[in-house]
Write a new protein. Structure first.
Length: 415
């Protein structure tokens, strides 16, 4: 592969990192302030490479590019893991302090800005801000009892048809609610919360559902019938029926559940129980615990399941490792050391690459999925905590908890 020699450099103004805040998921963390973090007035700058085309030009070794009214999909014979990422642009805005960023198949990006900004920011695949959705809701508007509340958006799960996304709220603010929930919690110590449903066409909250205490990560079953919610301070997983948008059951799993992954046939869920150092399996037919995955490692946080359901990839937050576990038991685990405190991880669209952000090291690490070989390590902003793969531009987006989003894209030719 060859690189283009014509690299035009341009500059984007950045706000300086916010004052230090808790990144969440710390099992011995200090209490997080509920006050908005003040961003510094003096901007800094960063150089970026030219933005690549949203599609990859066809070559004799590549398949054709198909364009529809809503998206442009490019398939190439070159695996994502064999290509080089570089920073394209950075989005910095006073309304941003993202705990996560998630892309939909239709090219929308949802950044969840917790209690510091009280919003969900929606951007297009290039990083242009489309809408900022306030997190205040009146439960009565959705047939529920309770006062008007504000949330603290933390994570998003996308429905398979991308018609809706679901937003978890770390805690609620309103009459009768305490505002001092933190990560070092015991079961029963905090109030239950809500999950919002956002219509991706109107970009408005069109449903709310009660779940357990301090909900964090979520996952939708591939068949689109259920939403699973890991309730960090409830020590359980809420199962939401999406047809009625109501909670079916809460399944106790252990101290501080976080990561979730669901098999392609929607029959088995994997839950990273971070505080207990285990990964439990849930039978989604019986809605009961069905077993444990061995070799979970210390503080398992984020889970990614391979497309064939055979391999489970795990980030170990305080172990500073990424693991590849063979669920069939035919291969030994692969354990790779990565920079300090790996948090969220995402797979490329073809499954060949894994992208991991390390919160303490301010890095994005690119791993080859077959053997977890480290292929690249790129600097990020301060406290990277979320990462997503945007398929239309084949870009990796990183959420920096200090107040920015960064877009990395392939800069080398696809051939």
């Amino acid at each position: 592969m060859t690189r283009s020699p014509n690299i035009a450099i341009w500059v984007i103004a950045l706000v300086a990192p916010a004052a230090c805040v808790s990144g969440g998921d710390g099992l011995t963390s200090t209490t997080t302030s509920d006050q908005p973090v003040t961003l510094a007035d003096a901007p800094s700058t960063t150089a970026t490479v030219p933005e690549p085309s949203p599609t990859v030009q066809s070559t004799p070794t590549a398949t054709s590019t198909t364009t529809t009214a809503v998206s442009t999909t490019t398939t190439t014979a070159v695996p994502a893991a064999s290509r080089t990422l570089a920073l394209v642009n950075t989005v910095a805005d006073q309304r941003l302090q993202p705990k996560s960023v998630v892309a939909t198949p239709t090219g929308l990006l949802f950044a969840q800005n917790m209690m510091y900004r009280h919003n969900v920011m929606v951007l297009d695949e290039k990083g242009e801000i489309i809408r900022v959705i306030d997190d205040e809701v009146d439960p009565a508007s959705f047939g529920l009892e309770g006062p008007v509340v504000r949330g603290s958006p933390v994570e998003v799960a996308v429905a398979p048809d991308a018609r809706h996304v679901f937003v978890s709220n770390y805690k609620l603010y309103g009459d009768g609610y305490r505002s001092d929930a933190d990560d070092d919690c015991d079961a029963g110590a905090w109030e239950d919360s809500l999950v919002f449903r956002i219509d991706t066409e109107t970009l408005a909250i069109d449903g709310v559902v009660p779940v357990g205490a301090v909900p964090k990560f979520m996952a939708v079953t591939p068949d689109g019938t259920r939403l699973l919610v890991a309730n960090w301070c409830g020590f359980d997983v809420s199962v939401i029926d999406l047809a009625s948008f109501s909670e079916v059951v809460r399944i106790p799993v252990g101290r501080h559940p976080r990561g979730l992954a669901i098999s392609s046939n929607s029959t088995t869920a994997y839950v990273a129980v971070m505080g207990a150092g285990i990964i439990r399996t849930i039978d989604l037919s019986s809605l009961e615990i069905s077993g444990e995955v061995v070799d979970a490692g210390p503080t398992p946080r984020h889970l990614v399941l391979s497309d064939d359901d055979r391999f489970l990839f795990v980030t170990n937050n305080y172990g500073d490792t990424v693991r590849k576990l063979d669920l069939s038991g035919r291969e030994s685990p692969i354990i790779r050391s990565v920079p300090s405190r790996p948090r969220t991880m995402v797979a490329s669209d073809d499954g060949s690459g894994l992208y991991v952000v390390s919160y303490d090291a301010d890095t994005l690490t690119v791993l080859r999925a077959t053997d977890l070989e480290i292929l690249q390590q790129l600097p990020t902003g301060d406290r990277p905590i979320g990462v997503t793969f945007e398929e239309r531009t084949r870009s990796v987006w990183v959420a920096n908890y200090s107040g920015s989003l960064m877009r990395f894209a392939f800069t080398d030719p696809a051939d």
